[in-house]
Design a protein around this ligand. Structure first.
Ligand code: SAH
Length: 269
């Protein structure tokens, strides 16, 4: 069993599947299903049952068949797989933005990170997976419970030792001291920036995800009035490509917009 502060908790061991593992089943049409393996249990597929016992002990990447003959490849889910499939309360930040957020905020093991709002816990999962200690402020207790369950499901109960959730309104203040990072995904981040400045260590980083550029601009105005430097706002565009023999072209459809990422560094006192 992993130590409570082990950032590798929840990372697949590389061994065969065993009882209680999360598994991602992918069929020939690239449809995927996220389930938990239970000894003696079954996956109810559109083409009939698949016995989980057929998968026990076998390595990731194994092929299994339902009684109706549909083939599935079985893998342990990646963090991205889990985030897009997990149960949600609030809308999540997608992997396209989670990855860049980790580097823009330079998240590293042992850092003290204030996150608000917590929502469904997608950003929490990314921060915890990167080894941070996360202090989450969320006004909706039902969302906080969902986030905590999602973290436990993917990273295991050990990760909860680094995940401190409070039912709090982040606009009213932050009571955690000596923060390395502040990560925001709530409607009015400019109302948090002054509190964040009080609690961040010199050189600390604030990052905020905002669906609207008007929110990003208001945040930038508030950063200009405070002890901040190196403020910047970016948008991450991701375009998939269809590659099949001679047919090589961009996908016809893409997600045209998710949100803007604004980040800045706390000046020395
Ligand atoms: N980043 C999250 C999604 C957050 S959705 C994820 O990736 O899963 C925005 C959340 O902010 C909602 O859950 C909402 O309840 C919460 N929220 C809104 N205003 C808040 C405030 N003033 N203080 C704390 N949480 C707030």
């Amino acid at each position: 069993m992993a130590e409570p502060n082990d950032p590798t908790a929840g990372v697949g061991a590389g061994g065969g599947f065993s009882d209680g593992d999360l598994v991602l089943l992918v069929d020939g049409k690239n449809r995927s299903y996220l389930r938990r393996l239970t000894a003696g249990g079954f996956f109810h597929s559109h083409s009939g049952l698949l016995a989980w016992d057929d998968l026990m002990g076998r390595p990731e990447g194994s092929e299994v068949r339902s009684v109706g003959g549909t083939r599935f490849l079985a893998f342990r889910p990646t963090l991205s797989d889990f985030v897009v499939k997990m149960k949600r309360g609030a809308q999540v930040i997608y992997p396209k933005d989670l990855g860049p957020m980790l580097l823009l905020a330079d998240i590293a093991p042992g850092q003290r990170v204030l996150e608000s709002g917590v929502g469904s816990g997608a950003l929490s999962l990314a921060l915890l997976r990167a080894g941070a200690e996360v202090f989450g402020y969320e006004i909706r207790p039902d969302f906080a419970r969902r986030a905590s369950k999602n973290v436990q499901e993917f990273l295991g109960p050990e990760a909860l030792a680094r995940y401190h959730l409070s039912e709090r309104d982040c606009y009213e203040g932050i009571d955690v001291e000596d923060l390395d990072r502040v990560a925001l995904d709530l409607p009015e981040p400019w109302r948090v920036a002054p509190h964040a400045a009080d609690r961040l260590l010199p050189g600390g980083i604030l990052i905020a995800y905002t669906p609207s550029v008007v929110q990003a601009a208001r945040l930038r105005e508030s950063l200009e009035r405070g002890p901040w430097a190196l403020a910047a706002t970016v948008e991450v565009l991701q375009r998939g490509w269809h590659i099949a023999g001679e047919a090589v072209r961009p996908d016809h459809r893409m997600v045209a917009h998710t949100g803007f990422l604004t980040h800045a560094r706390r000046l020395g006192a």
